[in-house]
Ligand binder design. Structure first.
Ligand code: AMP
Length: 192
Protein backbone atom coordinates (compact mmCIF):
# COMPACT_ATOMS: atom_id res chain seq x y z
CA UNK A 1 0.00 0.00 0.00
CA UNK A 2 1.45 3.40 -0.92
CA UNK A 3 2.45 5.87 1.75
CA UNK A 4 2.47 9.40 0.42
CA UNK A 5 3.73 12.62 1.97
CA UNK A 6 2.15 15.83 0.71
CA UNK A 7 4.55 18.72 1.14
CA UNK A 8 4.05 22.41 0.53
CA UNK A 9 3.91 25.85 2.08
CA UNK A 10 0.92 26.90 4.17
CA UNK A 11 -1.90 27.68 1.73
CA UNK A 12 -0.46 25.47 -1.02
CA UNK A 13 -3.56 23.22 -1.05
CA UNK A 14 -2.30 20.21 0.92
CA UNK A 15 -5.61 19.64 2.67
CA UNK A 16 -7.71 20.07 -0.48
CA UNK A 17 -5.56 17.77 -2.60
CA UNK A 18 -5.30 15.21 0.23
CA UNK A 19 -9.09 14.94 0.26
CA UNK A 20 -9.10 14.16 -3.45
CA UNK A 21 -6.26 11.64 -3.06
CA UNK A 22 -7.95 9.74 -0.24
CA UNK A 23 -11.16 9.49 -2.29
CA UNK A 24 -9.38 8.32 -5.41
CA UNK A 25 -6.89 5.89 -3.86
CA UNK A 26 -8.75 4.94 -0.64
CA UNK A 27 -5.84 6.06 1.52
CA UNK A 28 -6.03 6.87 5.21
CA UNK A 29 -5.50 10.60 5.86
CA UNK A 30 -3.39 11.96 8.70
CA UNK A 31 -3.34 15.76 8.93
CA UNK A 32 -1.27 16.86 11.91
CA UNK A 33 -2.72 20.40 11.66
CA UNK A 34 -6.31 19.08 11.81
CA UNK A 35 -5.41 16.76 14.65
CA UNK A 36 -3.99 19.67 16.65
CA UNK A 37 -6.96 21.91 15.82
CA UNK A 38 -9.32 19.22 17.11
CA UNK A 39 -7.37 19.15 20.41
CA UNK A 40 -7.58 22.96 20.58
CA UNK A 41 -11.37 22.82 20.02
CA UNK A 42 -11.72 20.22 22.81
CA UNK A 43 -9.37 22.23 25.05
CA UNK A 44 -7.24 19.21 25.95
CA UNK A 45 -3.81 19.70 27.57
CA UNK A 46 -2.20 19.02 24.19
CA UNK A 47 -4.61 21.52 22.60
CA UNK A 48 -3.66 24.25 25.06
CA UNK A 49 0.03 23.65 24.46
CA UNK A 50 -0.40 23.43 20.67
CA UNK A 51 -2.41 26.67 20.62
CA UNK A 52 0.48 28.56 22.22
CA UNK A 53 2.64 27.69 19.18
CA UNK A 54 0.03 27.70 16.40
CA UNK A 55 -1.36 31.12 17.30
CA UNK A 56 2.13 32.58 16.81
CA UNK A 57 2.72 30.73 13.55
CA UNK A 58 5.44 28.58 15.15
CA UNK A 59 5.95 24.84 14.87
CA UNK A 60 5.17 22.44 17.70
CA UNK A 61 8.51 21.02 18.99
CA UNK A 62 9.80 18.03 17.03
CA UNK A 63 9.90 15.52 19.91
CA UNK A 64 6.28 16.12 20.80
CA UNK A 65 5.13 16.04 17.17
CA UNK A 66 7.03 12.81 16.49
CA UNK A 67 5.43 11.14 19.55
CA UNK A 68 1.98 12.26 18.40
CA UNK A 69 2.57 10.87 14.92
CA UNK A 70 3.89 7.52 16.19
CA UNK A 71 0.88 7.18 18.49
CA UNK A 72 -1.53 8.06 15.66
CA UNK A 73 0.04 5.53 13.28
CA UNK A 74 0.04 2.76 15.90
CA UNK A 75 -3.61 3.33 16.75
CA UNK A 76 -4.83 3.30 13.17
CA UNK A 77 -4.76 -0.12 11.49
CA UNK A 78 -5.84 1.50 8.18
CA UNK A 79 -2.35 2.98 7.81
CA UNK A 80 -0.96 -0.49 7.20
CA UNK A 81 -3.92 -1.97 5.38
CA UNK A 82 -4.71 0.94 3.04
CA UNK A 83 -1.64 3.18 3.01
CA UNK A 84 -1.56 6.72 4.28
CA UNK A 85 -1.36 10.27 3.09
CA UNK A 86 0.62 12.37 5.52
CA UNK A 87 -0.45 15.99 5.31
CA UNK A 88 1.60 18.47 7.35
CA UNK A 89 4.18 15.97 8.60
CA UNK A 90 7.16 16.05 8.31
CA UNK A 91 7.84 19.78 8.56
CA UNK A 92 11.52 19.65 9.58
CA UNK A 93 14.53 17.51 8.70
CA UNK A 94 14.54 15.84 12.19
CA UNK A 95 10.85 14.93 11.65
CA UNK A 96 11.71 13.43 8.24
CA UNK A 97 14.53 11.37 9.78
CA UNK A 98 12.24 10.21 12.59
CA UNK A 99 9.51 9.32 10.09
CA UNK A 100 11.90 7.20 8.06
CA UNK A 101 12.90 5.22 11.15
CA UNK A 102 9.38 5.00 12.53
CA UNK A 103 8.08 3.58 9.24
CA UNK A 104 11.07 1.25 8.73
CA UNK A 105 10.49 -0.20 12.24
CA UNK A 106 6.98 -1.09 11.07
CA UNK A 107 8.14 -2.46 7.68
CA UNK A 108 6.80 0.61 5.90
CA UNK A 109 8.38 3.44 3.88
CA UNK A 110 7.55 6.74 2.22
CA UNK A 111 6.82 5.83 -1.41
CA UNK A 112 6.26 9.26 -2.90
CA UNK A 113 6.44 12.88 -1.83
CA UNK A 114 4.11 15.26 -3.63
CA UNK A 115 5.55 18.77 -3.50
CA UNK A 116 2.93 21.45 -4.18
CA UNK A 117 4.78 24.47 -5.56
CA UNK A 118 2.92 27.80 -5.42
CA UNK A 119 4.33 31.38 -5.64
CA UNK A 120 4.29 33.24 -2.33
CA UNK A 121 1.82 35.99 -3.42
CA UNK A 122 -0.76 33.32 -4.22
CA UNK A 123 -0.18 31.59 -0.89
CA UNK A 124 -0.93 34.79 0.99
CA UNK A 125 -4.08 35.44 -1.07
CA UNK A 126 -5.35 31.90 -0.49
CA UNK A 127 -4.74 32.01 3.27
CA UNK A 128 -6.43 35.41 3.68
CA UNK A 129 -9.45 34.07 1.76
CA UNK A 130 -9.51 30.84 3.80
CA UNK A 131 -9.32 32.87 7.04
CA UNK A 132 -12.31 34.93 5.95
CA UNK A 133 -14.31 31.87 4.89
CA UNK A 134 -13.50 29.50 7.77
CA UNK A 135 -12.40 31.73 10.63
CA UNK A 136 -9.20 29.69 10.95
CA UNK A 137 -7.31 31.55 13.67
CA UNK A 138 -3.82 31.37 12.16
CA UNK A 139 -4.97 32.64 8.72
CA UNK A 140 -4.50 36.29 9.70
CA UNK A 141 -1.82 38.59 8.21
CA UNK A 142 0.67 38.72 11.16
CA UNK A 143 0.64 34.95 11.67
CA UNK A 144 0.71 34.21 7.93
CA UNK A 145 4.03 36.07 7.54
CA UNK A 146 5.57 34.12 10.37
CA UNK A 147 4.29 30.80 9.02
CA UNK A 148 5.83 31.56 5.63
CA UNK A 149 9.17 32.39 7.25
CA UNK A 150 9.07 29.20 9.32
CA UNK A 151 8.24 27.29 6.12
CA UNK A 152 11.21 28.78 4.25
CA UNK A 153 13.64 28.17 7.11
CA UNK A 154 12.54 24.78 8.39
CA UNK A 155 10.32 22.98 5.89
CA UNK A 156 11.60 23.98 2.46
CA UNK A 157 14.89 22.04 2.96
CA UNK A 158 12.74 18.88 2.82
CA UNK A 159 12.38 19.34 -0.94
CA UNK A 160 16.10 18.68 -1.36
CA UNK A 161 16.03 15.96 1.31
CA UNK A 162 13.37 13.98 -0.58
CA UNK A 163 14.88 14.81 -3.98
CA UNK A 164 18.09 13.17 -2.71
CA UNK A 165 16.03 10.18 -1.58
CA UNK A 166 14.58 10.00 -5.12
CA UNK A 167 10.98 10.33 -3.97
CA UNK A 168 10.22 14.04 -4.58
CA UNK A 169 7.56 14.75 -7.22
CA UNK A 170 7.36 18.51 -7.85
CA UNK A 171 3.84 19.62 -8.81
CA UNK A 172 2.79 23.00 -10.18
CA UNK A 173 0.24 23.95 -7.51
CA UNK A 174 -1.33 26.83 -9.47
CA UNK A 175 -4.60 26.69 -11.44
CA UNK A 176 -7.88 25.02 -10.55
CA UNK A 177 -8.21 22.26 -7.95
CA UNK A 178 -8.92 19.72 -10.71
CA UNK A 179 -5.99 20.84 -12.87
CA UNK A 180 -3.64 20.43 -9.92
CA UNK A 181 -5.13 17.05 -9.06
CA UNK A 182 -4.66 15.86 -12.68
CA UNK A 183 -0.96 16.76 -12.43
CA UNK A 184 -0.68 14.89 -9.12
CA UNK A 185 -2.33 11.77 -10.54
CA UNK A 186 -0.07 11.79 -13.60
CA UNK A 187 3.02 12.13 -11.37
CA UNK A 188 1.94 9.46 -8.86
CA UNK A 189 0.89 6.97 -11.53
CA UNK A 190 4.01 7.64 -13.61
CA UNK A 191 6.03 6.91 -10.50
CA UNK A 192 4.39 3.59 -9.59
P1 AMP B 1 -1.43 22.93 8.95
O1 AMP B 1 -2.89 22.72 9.11
O2 AMP B 1 -0.71 21.73 8.41
O3 AMP B 1 -1.10 24.20 8.18
O4 AMP B 1 -0.83 23.15 10.42
C1 AMP B 1 -1.24 24.25 11.24
C2 AMP B 1 -0.21 24.49 12.33
O5 AMP B 1 -0.10 23.33 13.16
C3 AMP B 1 1.21 24.78 11.87
O6 AMP B 1 1.41 26.14 11.52
C4 AMP B 1 2.02 24.35 13.08
O7 AMP B 1 1.98 25.34 14.08
C5 AMP B 1 1.26 23.14 13.59
N1 AMP B 1 1.77 21.88 12.99
C6 AMP B 1 1.10 21.04 12.14
N2 AMP B 1 1.88 20.01 11.79
C7 AMP B 1 3.07 20.19 12.41
C8 AMP B 1 4.29 19.48 12.43
N3 AMP B 1 4.46 18.36 11.71
N4 AMP B 1 5.31 19.98 13.20
C9 AMP B 1 5.16 21.10 13.91
N5 AMP B 1 4.05 21.83 13.94
C10 AMP B 1 2.99 21.39 13.19
Amino acid sequence: MPNIVILGAPGSGKGTQSEKLINKYNLHHISTGELLRSHIARQTDLGKLADSFISKGQLIPDDLMIDILAHTIDNEPAVKSRGVILDGFPRTIPQAEALKKLLADRDLAVDAVIGLEVPEEQLVERMIKRGQQTGRADDVPETINNRLKVYRDQTEPLRQYYADEGSYLPIDGTGTIDEIFDRIQAAVEGNS
